[in-house]
Design a protein around this ligand. Structure first.
Ligand code: NAD
Ligand code: DAU
Length: 356
């Protein structure tokens, strides 16, 4: 592993991963290819700009010509593929971008990688293509049970369907062409640099500013929460030690109902910051709003394979991780303002109205 192409490195998990890998491995070159959509921000990695091991390239993973050029120029031997449209609500209101980036973009990346690594005279044995995916491909659970690596795919939103399609393409390139792939399917991440449209940062930001806290449906949907740095460590572990062609489920052993996540954030903010002007506790801002269409009820991951085979497990429980996350958002209010530009306000007002 010497010349690593990270796609989507300016997004939430990608940025945390780029930081981790540059800290952990000295003798590498890292090329971060990112289109800088609303979710990708150069601010996330501004302090790395002077690191001679790091190169940022603004570009689209659907651009086969650019990909081919990068593979040749940089002699890429490792790909870690994060780039995607990632927000379920946006996939419901506008699925086209999800099909384009998540399916066609992954296809373009696979084709370029195949041409570069499996051509005449190439040795693919030491190369690695790691596809970062989600537990949402497995569908929705009832009150019991866990997703394992052999759970049948049953994606139910345009987002998860597009990720499932990309997973199948990646597997097909392994089975058909022998592309050296690895795959991770992870549960809900939270932590620094998450765009404030996802539940945790949205609630932190709104609660801080005395705005309504929208909770979909009855608030009893369950997600399994994992601190983003633990996820990034899992990806690095799989990259270094995972068995070729294998999938690893990654999760936090931390199932929570959404309403409990929201209440916890409110309580931490009440404890750490000035009270609301009304004098009410922040839980008074909670509003139960119309449910997400096709809202998956429960996700829960069985992460025993990655623990047994590679020795990875989460280091932080939700109760600790959420406090670190709230602290980060309190200390980085400038980052929040800088990423919430006009296009985001327009989207938010369409979702929730303009009286917030
Ligand atoms: P994100 O939305 O924060 O970041 C996505 C990044 O990809 C952005 O920097 C964006 O600019 C870039 N991008 C989008 N389209 C692109 C394109 N066509 N070409 C190049 N770059 C493009 O996403 P995230 O939450 O960091 O998720 C990263 C990956 O991890 C995704 O593949 C997602 O499916 C997966 N994942 C996310 C979670 C989670 O909880 N966030 C959990 C499991 C898996
Ligand atoms: O499970 C992994 C997935 O987790 C990733 O693949 C996705 O990229 C990531 O966005 C996340 O998907 P979710 O839909 O679970 O995350 P989100 O933060 O959008 O929502 C978490 C839960 O909170 C979900 O049940 C919907 C609910 N919710 C969300 C928002 C934004 C609310 O109740 N109110 C909100 O305002």
């Amino acid at each position: 592993m010497k010349n690593i192409l990270v796609t989507g490195g300016c997004g939430f998990i990608g940025a945390n991963f780029v930081r981790l890998i540059l800290q952990q491995l000295s003798d590498i070159r890292l090329i971060n290819l990112d289109k800088l959509t609303y979710a990708g921000n150069l601010e996330n990695l501004r302090d790395l700009e002077d690191d001679s091991r790091y190169r940022f390239v603004k570009g689209d993973i659907c651009d086969a010509e650019l990909l081919t050029q990068l593979f040749a120029e940089e002699q890429i031997d490792t790909v870690v593929h994060f780039a995607a449209e990632s927000h379920v609500d946006r996939s419901i209101t506008g699925p086209a971008e999800f099909i384009q980036t998540n399916i066609n973009g992954t296809f373009a990346l696979l084709e370029t990688t195949r041409a570069a690594w499996l051509g005449e005279g190439q040795d693919a044995a030491t190369k690695r293509f790691l596809h970062v995916s989600t537990d949402e491909v497995y569908g929705s659970l009832g009150a019991t049970g866990l997703f394992t690596e052999t759970t049948a795919y049953d994606p139910r939103s345009p987002y998860s369907a597009s990720k499932a399609a990309s997973d199948h393409l990646v597997s097909a390139y392994s089975h058909t062409y022998g592309l050296p792939i690895l795959m991770t399917n992870c549960s809900n991440n939270y932590g620094p640099y998450q765009f404030p449209e996802k539940l945790v940062p949205l609630i932190i930001n709104n609660a801080l500013n005395g705005k309504d806290l929208p909770v979909y449906g009855d608030g009893k949907n369950i997600r399994d929460w994992l601190f983003v740095e633990d996820h990034c460590r899992a990806i690095l572990t799989v990259l270094q030690d995972g068995s070729l062609g294998e999938t690893y489920n990654v999760g936090g052993n931390s199932e929570k109902q959404n309403i409990d996540v929201v209440r916890t954030i409110c309580d931490i903010l009440d404890e750490k910051t000035a009270p609301l002007a009304s004098g009410e506790p922040r839980q008074s801002l909670i509003r139960f709003v119309q449910d997400r269409a096709g809202h998956d009820r429960r996700y829960a991951i069985d992460a025993s394979k990655i623990k047994a085979d590679l020795g990875w497990e989460p280091t932080l429980q939700f109760e600790e991780g959420i406090r670190l996350t709230v602290d980060w958002y309190l200390q980085n209010s400038d980052w929040v303002s800088s990423v919430l530009d006009g296009s985001y306000q327009e989207y938010y007002e369409k979702m929730y109205g303009s009286n917030n």
